[in-house]
Design a protein around this ligand. Structure first.
Ligand SMILES: NC(=O)c1ccc[n+]([C@@H]2O[C@H](COP(=O)([O-])OP(=O)(O)OC[C@H]3O[C@@H](n4cnc5c(N)ncnc54)[C@H](OP(=O)(O)O)[C@@H]3O)[C@@H](O)[C@H]2O)c1
Length: 346
C-alpha cells in the first residue's frame, strides 16, 4: 500500500507502518496449501476487511492470487494501491547460477509474471538456510486426525540423516541474496519492500548488522511462526527495536487443534463470547503483530476478521503468554515445519 499522503491517512489497529513509509494491513489472507486461490482471495478482498494476500512461489498459486487482485481492481471495488500483495523467494533461488547470474532476479521475474502485476508490495526471503532437511529430511512428519501436522509422530527416512548441507551453500549466500533483494526494492521499483521469514534471533541480528555495514535497507517485515505456544519473544524484541513489522504465521496452529482446542484459549473465548480463532488472532494484534490467517471458507473469513472490535484483558494476555515453555524460545518453528527443519543451524 502506498503512502501518497501520510497526513491524510488515518493509522489505526488495522494497519502498521513499514520502515519504507508505506503501510501494511494488519489482516491479510494466507494461501498456503490453497490450490485454487482465486475464489477465496476475491471473497476476502471483497469483504474489505482483508488488506491483502500472502502467497509464495513454492505455493504454486501466485497466478490465481494475481487473478483475484486484478479482478477486484478491474471491477473497481478496490484500487491496486489499496491491496497489499506479498510473495516469497524460495530457498533454492538464493545465490548464483553456474554462469554467475542472480537466481533471485530470475525468480522475481517469474513471480511477477505469474502474478501478472506491475509490482509487489513485499518480497520475502522464504527461508534463511540451505534447507538440507527440507529436501532430505531425516524424518517425515505424520499428520493425524487429532493433532494434524502438529502430531508428534515421526517416520524415520533411512539414509537422509547422512545428508549434509549442499556444499555450495554458505551463510554469506543468504546475506548476498538479501542484498540483491534490497537493491531491487524502492518506491518506483517492482518490489516496494523486502523482508525475511523463519529467521532465528541470531540470523536476524546478523542480517541487521550486515544491512548497517552495507548501508542497505533493513527488512521491513519478519514473517515467522508465532502464537501463544511459540511466542517468538526474542525475534519480536529485535523487530521492535529496529522498527521492523513482525508478521505472525500459523496463528491458528496451521490446521491442527492443539491451540484451537486448548482449554485456556477456549475459556477466554467463552468469557468474551468469541471463538478460539478470534482470541488467537486478537492476542497477536494486541502484541503489535500483523497476521495472515488462511481459510477458504467465507464464514471463517468473516469470523477471523472480527478481531478489531474487542480487547483482551491483561490477565487474558498473561494466561495466553504462559502457554509457551522454555524450549519454545530456542526454536523458530513448531506446527508448520519440523523441529528438525529448524533453520538456526547455519
Ligand atoms: N513463511 C513461511 O514459512 C510460512 C509457513 C506457513 C504459513 N505461512 C503463511 O501463513 C499463512 C497462515 O498459516 P497456515 O495456513 O499454516 O495456518 P493457520 O492460518 O494458522 O491455520 C489455517 C488452518 O486453520 C483453519 N481455519 C482457519 N480459520 C478457522 C476458524 N475460524 N475456525 C477453525 N478453523 C479455521 C483452516 O481451514 P479452512 O481453510 O478449512 O478454513 C486451515 O486448516 C499461510 O497460509 C501462509 O500464507 C508462511
Amino acid at each position: 500500500m502506498e503512502n501518497k499522503d501520510p497526513k491524510r491517512r488515518k493509522i489505526d489497529e488495522t494497519m502498521r507502518r513499514l520502515l519504507t513509509g508505506a503501510y501494511i494491513p494488519t489482516l491479510q489472507l494466507g494461501t498456503y496449501r490453497m490450490k485454487t486461490p482465486t475464489g477465496p482471495c476475491k471473497t476476502a478482498l471483497s469483504l474489505g476487511t482483508y488488506g491483502g494476500i500472502d502467497t509464495a512461489s513454492i505455493y504454486n498459486n501466485e497466478a490465481g492470487c494475481g487473478q483475484a487482485v486484478k479482478s477486484i481492481v478491474n471491477s473497481k471495488t478496490r484500487k491496486r494501491e489499496d491491496i497489499f500483495v506479498q510473495t516469497k523467494l524460495w530457498r533454492s533461488h538464493q545465490g548464483l547460477t553456474k554462469s554467475s547470474k542472480s537466481k533471485m532476479q530470475a525468480a522475481l521475474r517469474s513471480s511477477l509474471k505469474k502474478l501478472d502485476l506491475e509490482y509487489i508490495d513485499l518480497f520475502l526471503m522464504h527461508w534463511p538456510g540451505p534447507g538440507r532437511h527440507l529436501s532430505k529430511p531425516p524424518v517425515r512428519k505424520c499428520q493425524d486426525k487429532k493433532f494434524g501436522w502438529a502430531s508428534a509422530d515421526r517416520d524415520e527416512i533411512p539414509g537422509n540423516d547422512e545428508v549434509r548441507v549442499p556444499t555450495e551453500w554458505t551463510p554469506s549466500m543468504r546475506l548476498q541474496t538479501y542484498k540483491e533483494m534490497a537493491l531491487s526494492s524502492g518506491p518506483d521499483k517492482t518490489v516496494r519492500a523486502v523482508g525475511v521469514c523463519n529467521f532465528s534471533a541470531r540470523q536476524l541480528e546478523e542480517l541487521i548488522r550486515f544491512c548497517e555495514k552495507e548501508n542497505i535497507v533493513k527488512p521491513a517485515v519478519v514473517q515467522n511462526e508465532c502464537h501463544p505456544m511459540l511466542p517468538a519473544v526474542r525475534v519480536r524484541e529485535i523487530c521492535s527495536k529496529h522498527g521492523i513489522v513482525f508478521q505472525a504465521y500459523a496463528s491458528l496452529g496451521s490446521g491442527g487443534d492443539t491451540l484451537m482446542n486448548h482449554e485456556v484459549v477456549k475459556s477466554i473465548a467463552k468469557s468474551h463470547e468469541r471463538t478460539c480463532a478470534q482470541i488467537l488472532l486478537r492476542w497477536a494484534v494486541q502484541h503489535g503483530m500483523v497476521v495472515v490467517p488462511k481459510t477458504t471458507n467465507k464464514a471463517r473469513m468473516v469470523e477471523n476478521s472480527r478481531i478489531f472490535d474487542f480487547t483482551l484483558t491483561s490477565k487474558d494476555m498473561s494466561k495466553l503468554d504462559s502457554l509457551s515453555n522454555k524450549q519454545s524460545e530456542s526454536q523458530t518453528t513448531k506446527f508448520c515445519w519440523l523441529r528438525e527443519h529448524d533453520p538456526d543451524h547455519y
